[in-house]
Design a protein around this ligand. Structure first.
Ligand code: ZN
Length: 431
């Protein structure tokens, strides 16, 4: 039998706390899971610094990736297979794209990408098409198969129905991470009736659509996403940890460029500081590697680097205050001046940060991040955009919510000894 259609002699299962079991019958899927690039995802947390707020959130990108695969497998094998709109020749490609959609994530993705201006999506493409074990497995299906997987993940693949299963406003990626992140953080939001949604999903020409009778299950899913963003993903304390992480990497980079004599040389980071890195440098990083450096750097002579690393490891995080950039831009300048006067480097100890989310949007051509809306399939077969039928969804459609915060070391400012500290605190607290 050709490799593409080869089945394992016996089905393999992974025990999973969210989906109970993840089933693998295809040889290609089993081989992809065994590659070093995929196994690396075990060493990268799904939620970055969130474990410092919700201590259960230690789950990895490995299990999320398997979860997305399992959802897509169920949609195709239990729902789509046999329907005229679905071409089952696309099955293996869709499963591989589901499994590999987050392959390029690095350790503490957001912080790392921000400091080194990287893009994990480009790394996903590079790992799929480069000289890697994953590429070797995919190429055995056909020479252009690795590129096809990359195209589905990059949303350029011509069959839009396939793309919409992996990335749209109701895709397998979101359905897995909402439930998984709710499970591991222990919060009560984030739960919705996925079983129901899977039963009412239908293949259509351009994308997945939802049978009209499933509208309420979809409303529930959109509300749970909205709640999770503000209660978990943008939690100000985990953002505080991320701010410190970003500043550690900034400081190390700054010290490297000013030829600071590190006691513990940043061997794994040099190529990123100098922007000479290759794929292999990126793949050699994981969260364990970063944590090891933070342990070492706690003992560096540089007081800022040592302090920031100690803060991150021992959860001595920054405090935060609300701030309105439109009205209070002068306040930041004044605070920076006071920080310098008080002997605190504002570059590292006074940080502004913003979060923003759009819970659901209908199609607005030409606008940034054009979004494909969710369509309901009416009983006469016609499609109707979700917010036209659902008042709940209509109420939050297209409404972007943004918030801004300032982060600062309250523990230092509350200590005795510097008369300026009190003045700074009063300003930060808006007294
Ligand atoms: Zn994902």
């Amino acid at each position: 039998m050709d490799y593409k259609n080869e089945k394992l002699f016996e089905e393999k299962v992974f025990k999973d706390p969210v989906h109970r079991y993840i089933h693998v019958r295809d040889r290609v899927i089993w081989d992809v899971i065994g590659t070093r690039e995929f196994q690396r995802l075990r060493r990268i947390r799904q939620l970055g610094t969130t474990y410092l707020v919700f201590h259960g959130a230690e789950h990895s990108r490995f299990q999320h990736s398997l979860g997305v695969y399992e959802i897509v497998r169920r949609i195709i094998d239990d729902g789509f297979n046999g329907r005229a709109e679905w071409n089952n020749e696309e099955r293996l490609l869709t499963l591989c794209a589901a499994l590999l959609h987050d392959l390029g994530h690095g350790p503490f993705s957001h912080a790392f990408e921000k400091v080194f201006t990287l893009d994990h999506e480009k790394f996903t493409q590079a790992i799929l098409t480069g000289d890697t074990e994953v590429n070797e497995v995919l190429r055995r299906v056909s020479p252009d198969f690795p590129q096809q997987v990359a195209d589905v993940i990059g949303k350029t693949y011509p069959d839009k129905l396939v793309v919409s299963l992996i990335s749209s406003q109701i895709d397998a990626d979101r359905m897995d991470y909402l439930q998984r992140d709710a499970y591991y953080t222990g919060v009560s939001y984030g739960h919705f009736d996925m079983e129901r949604i899977l039963r009412v999903m239908r293949p259509a020409e351009e994308q997945v659509v939802i049978k009209f009778s499933g509208m309420h299950a979809v409303e529930d899913y959109i509300m749970s996403r909205y709640q999770m963003y503000w209660q978990v993903y943008f939690h100000p304390v985990s953002r505080s940890a991320e701010v410190i992480l970003i500043k550690i990497l900034h400081r190390a980079k700054h010290l490297h460029t000013t030829s600071y004599p590190f006691k513990y040389e940043p061997v794994h980071f040099k190529s990123f500081f100098d922007r000479t890195f290759g794929l292999e440098d990126y793949l050699s990083l994981d969260e364990g590697v970063l944590m090891t450096y933070f342990q070492w750097w706690r003992k560096e002579e540089d007081a800022i680097l040592a302090d920031l690393c100690d803060r991150f490891l021992n959860r001595r995080l920054f405090q935060y205050a609300e701030f309105d950039p439109a009205k209070e831009y002068r306040k930041i300048g004044e605070l920076e001046r006071l920080f310098k006067e008080a002997g605190l480097d504002p570059e590292y100890y006074l940080v502004t940060d913003s979060s923003s989310d759009l819970p659901y949007d209908f199609y607005r051509p030409g606008e940034e991040n054009e979004r494909v809306p969710i369509y309901l399939q009416l009983t006469n077969g016609e499609l109707s955009e979700l917010s036209r039928s659902s008042e709940i969804v209509d109420a939050i459609s297209g409404k972007r919510r943004t918030d801004h915060k300032i982060y600062f070391p309250e523990d230092v400012l509350e200590s005795e000894g510097n008369p300026l500290y009190e003045k700074i605190l009063q300003m930060l607290r808006g007294e």
